[in-house]
Design a protein around this ligand. Structure first.
Ligand SMILES: *Cc1c(COP(=O)(O)O)cnc(C)c1O
Length: 449
């Protein structure tokens, strides 16, 4: 038996606010590999920092969600929310699994078409679609949900110009008990505005109303909010069908299911605060059955984003320097920053070293490498004594980071996917100078040569 190696003793100062009634949060765990591929081999090959996605997790989560809803309701279609993560390989995993695309801009519409998705398999939402994109969407029979009276008028003009009668849905906002309530999108239900919008469309020569859409918010921790939302949508649907003698083909209930991430300000861990997907499915589907007549099941679209992709994504980053702050807090600097992790504003990430490290976990702060004081990736986290070069694995980071990351001060790193077969594939290479300067133009008189 060899001697144990020496480990420097550590004094851990107890600060008010760090403890809560559930005890101290020590993160003693470590993460050596992702789906069997070692963290060190990944960074050796692709560099650090590095985003890593697990194909297995993407598919398993999708299958769990699809099964949960499709066994509870006969007409379910998931639609992948592009803005949550529109890397082609991520989208295509969902498309291979059977999801169509949900896009909120002309750019995302083009991205979905470039990924190989048919126009008729695209749900087009968002407050600004634009005339050209609407024309393309109508020509390709996309599912278009209109957001404002101005957009109804625009859609009508586009359809008239095309000499085509087109089907459209409308987007609703309503009180489902989630506050602050989202009023920005679509037509308000309770005020009668949504009825006015429906009335306007029904009386148009070029537009046919056939769908209702509503996205009540994101990270909704209350399944009953969906029951309320669906109930209001169903009653509205019945009012329209009866009053105007039309058929509503689909109810699109948006996204908003939470992922297993720790929100700032919520002490309890996600496995306690985040309800199981079964509870959401039960709330939604039992409400549908309560109001629908047998054998009249409109299509139920789900635009789940965050809850499908978040846990499948990791960011590996390396410790590059350390400092003791004036109040004696230990701090580590890593080679990534808030430019890559937009969700650091809301989440306390799980932060795990890539190896078992001896020593008492100490409260420390993690700074990013941007030249900005606000670039803090963790205000307070317990970590064992790290050395420069040690890797940290941040998770979950699969939702809303890859689409909202910024090219600011440094290049955006590579993204890889660990495939179900054990191989690793590059799905976005690291950026180079030409990627940034490629869009620029320096006029002759500003040239230095
Ligand atoms: C962002 C968005 C979604 C996805 O929301 P999540 O909270 O990530 O599930 C779905 N539908 C619309 C219209 C959206 O804007």
């Amino acid at each position: 038996m060899g001697n144990k190696s020496y480990v420097k003793p550590t004094l851990v100062k107890q600060l008010a606010g760090v403890m809560n009634k559930f005890g101290n949060s020590y993160y003693k765990s470590y993460k050596e590999s992702i789906d069997g591929v070692s963290v060190s081999s990944l960074t050796e090959k692709y560099g650090s920092p590095l985003f890593v996605f697990s194909e297995k997790k993407l598919r398993n989560q999708y299958r769990t969600f699809y099964k949960t809803f499709s066994t509870n309701y006969p007409n379910v279609q998931f639609s992948w929310s592009y803005k949550t993560n529109y890397l082609g390989s991520i989208c295509n995993v969902y498309h291979q699994e059977g999801a169509i695309a949900e896009v909120v801009s002309a750019f995302e519409y083009e991205k979905a078409r470039a990924n190989g998705v048919k126009g008729s398999d695209i749900i087009f939402n968002g407050p600004y679609k634009g005339e050209k994109a609407l024309e393309k969407a109508f020509a390709e029979n996309a599912i278009v949900n209109l957001d404002s009276f101005d957009e109804i008028i625009l859609a009508e003009a586009v359809a008239k110009k095309m000499e085509k009668q087109v089907k459209v849905g409308i987007r609703l906002n309503l009180d489902a008990g989630i506050y602050p309530q989202w009023y920005k999108f679509g037509f308000n239900l309770e005020s009668g505005q949504a009825f006015e919008a429906a009335n306007r469309i029904v009386h148009s020569k070029y537009l046919n109303l056939n769908g209702l859409h509503c996205h009540i918010g994101t990270f909704i921790l209350e399944p009953q909010a969906y029951a309320k939302q669906v109930e209001k949508m169903l009653l509205f649907m019945q009012k329209l069908e009866k009053g105007f003698q039309i058929t509503i083909d689909y109810l699109d209930i948006g996204g908003g299911f939470p992922s297993q991430s720790r929100l700032k300000g919520i002490y309890l861990p996600p496995d306690i605060v985040v309800p199981d997907i079964d509870e959401y499915a039960e709330a939604i589907c039992s409400t549908l059955f309560k109001y629908l007549k047998p054998n009249e099941y409109p299509k139920l679209y789900l635009e789940t984003g965050r809850a499908l992709v978040d846990e499948a994504g990791y960011l590996i980053t390396s410790v590059i320097a350390q400092k003791n702050l004036p109040d004696n807090t230990k701090s580590y600097f890593v080679d990534s920053g808030i430019n890559l992790l937009y969700t650091s504003t809301w989440y306390n990430f799980n932060i795990q070293p890539d190896r078992q490290i001896l020593g008492v976990p100490e409260q420390c702060k993690i700074f990013g490498s941007l030249c900005m004081n606000i670039d803090v990736l963790a205000e307070s986290v317990y970590l064992p004594p790290l050395k420069n070069g040690h890797k940290l694995v941040f998770s979950p980071v699969g939702a809303y980071n890859i689409t909202q990351w910024m090219q600011f001060i440094s290049y955006r790193p590579a993204v890889v996917m660990v495939m179900t077969n054990g191989n690793t594939e590059l799905i976005r290479r690291a950026e180079k100078l030409e990627d940034v300067t490629g869009c620029e133009r320096i006029p002759e008189e500003l040239s230095l040569s």
